[in-house]
Design a protein around this ligand. Structure first.
Ligand code: ADP
Length: 160
């Protein structure tokens, strides 16, 4: 029984995240999308908004579920006996960052293996922070995020 967790901020979810989820759902028996709440980080969407978007976006996959985590990811995985931590990588910069984090996580929980999945080429420019910036200038983000996220971004920036 292969069970993996895919943690992230998902602020907001992009087509790049969804692509990783879709491909991972075809490999693992169970995939837990872990929406992180880190008090040190400033998010555009609340953790409940991010989780609720992820719920809707992953509703079509029976083996994918969404949870919120506001603790250390390693502890979170240990409590649930999940030993595979999945991270997406867009390129060498992501990889060097992810590699360092994976070394830290390995020290905290040696039984947990980090697995890197490279982005599919058409998503490699997609980055939540750039998409938020574009949306803040009323730029067209429709090719970068699912329609419900585009709508949520429009709402956020037209209210602010
Ligand atoms: P975090 O704050 O944890 O980095 P993100 O929401 O930015 O959260 O990313 C979550 C995961 O998804 C990370 O592993 C990141 O590298 C990966 N990711 C983000 N965008 C893409 C993309 N376009 N293609 C593949 N993986 C991606």
């Amino acid at each position: 029984m292969l069970k993996a967790a895919f943690p992230g901020s998902f602020d907001p979810p992009t087509l790049g995240h969804i692509n990783i989820i879709q491909r991972a759902a075809a490999i693992f028996n169970e995939l837990l999308v872990v929406v992180a709440e880190n008090r040190q980080k400033k998010y555009l969407f609340s953790v409940n908004e991010r989780a609720s978007m992820m719920h809707e976006l992953t509703a079509g996959w029976k083996n994918v579920s969404v949870v919120i985590c506001d603790t250390l990811i390693v502890e979170f995985l240990q409590e649930r006996n999940i030993k595979l931590l999945l991270r997406g990588v867009r390129g060498i910069d992501d990889f060097s960052y992810e590699f360092e984090i994976s070394m830290m996580n390995k020290a905290l929980g040696p039984e947990i293996e980090t697995i890197f999945m490279p982005t599919d080429p058409e998503y490699f420019v997609l980055r939540s922070s750039n998409i938020k910036e574009l949306a803040s200038f009323q730029g067209n983000v429709s090719g970068m995020v699912p329609p419900l996220v585009a709508e949520a971004l429009n709402c956020k920036y037209s209210l602010s």
